[in-house]
Design a protein around this ligand. Structure first.
Ligand code: AIR
Length: 180
């Protein structure tokens, strides 16, 4: 009988498994340092807005403020930005591309006239986008121009849409999407 084939005299439960061959073991992470990092990340996340409220112009603010107010009454953190899909296309694209990484979960976007903002945002993110068609000084058919611009998205790039000038409903829908 060769030494390799000799049965072990040690009871099976007490046998220490042979270390597996392979790369050198990575040192155990420092549990205290990990816990501190987790606390720091949580503190940062605590201030993150969950809903973005975008609009194509400062002139849209009176209508879009209602979304911000509704979210605030529900305790949902939001951030409000003015950016035009036509006047600042790169800003809109960058914002939409980074939104998920920044902790944003739903985007509300309002615009009047040829209201491209919600659609352009939806083209650059897979977060849910709720469009708010707005009336503006030179709207046609009481905001029908913006309503059609927002709803008539091509297949595969959806934008939800609330009623004309109904930013509050966009906030209520965002809250429902977030289940808050
Ligand atoms: N708008 C701005 N960039 C693209 C569009 N569609 C919209 C704004 C606003 C309207 O044009 O959302 O409702 C008029 O903008 P302003 O700045 O001339 O008052």
């Amino acid at each position: 009988m060769t030494p390799e084939s000799e049965p072990s005299l040690q009871p099976e439960a007490e046998r220490v498994p042979e270390p597996a061959e392979g790369p050198t073991a990575v040192p155990e992470p420092d549990a205290e340092a990990l816990a501190e990092t987790a606390v720091e990340i949580n503190e940062l996340a605590a201030d993150e807005p969950h809903v973005a409220i975008l609009m194509g112009s400062k002139s849209d603010l009176p209508a879009m403020e209602k979304a911000e107010a509704e979210l605030a009454t529900r305790g949902i953190r939001s951030e409000t930005r003015v950016m035009s899909a036509h006047r600042e296309p790169d800003t809109v694209a960058d914002y939409a591309k980074n939104a998920r990484m920044r902790g944003i979960k739903v985007i509300i976007a309002g615009a009047g006239l040829s209201a491209a903002l919600p659609g352009v945002v939806a083209a650059h993110t897979d977060l849910p986008v709720i469009g708010v068609p707005l009336t503006s000084r030179t709207s046609v058919a009481g905001g029908l121009d913006a309503l059609l611009s927002i709803t008539q998205m091509p297949p595969g790039v959806p934008v939800g849409c609330v009623g004309v000038d109904n930013a509050r409903n966009a906030a209520v829908l965002a809250a429902r999407i977030l289940s808050i």
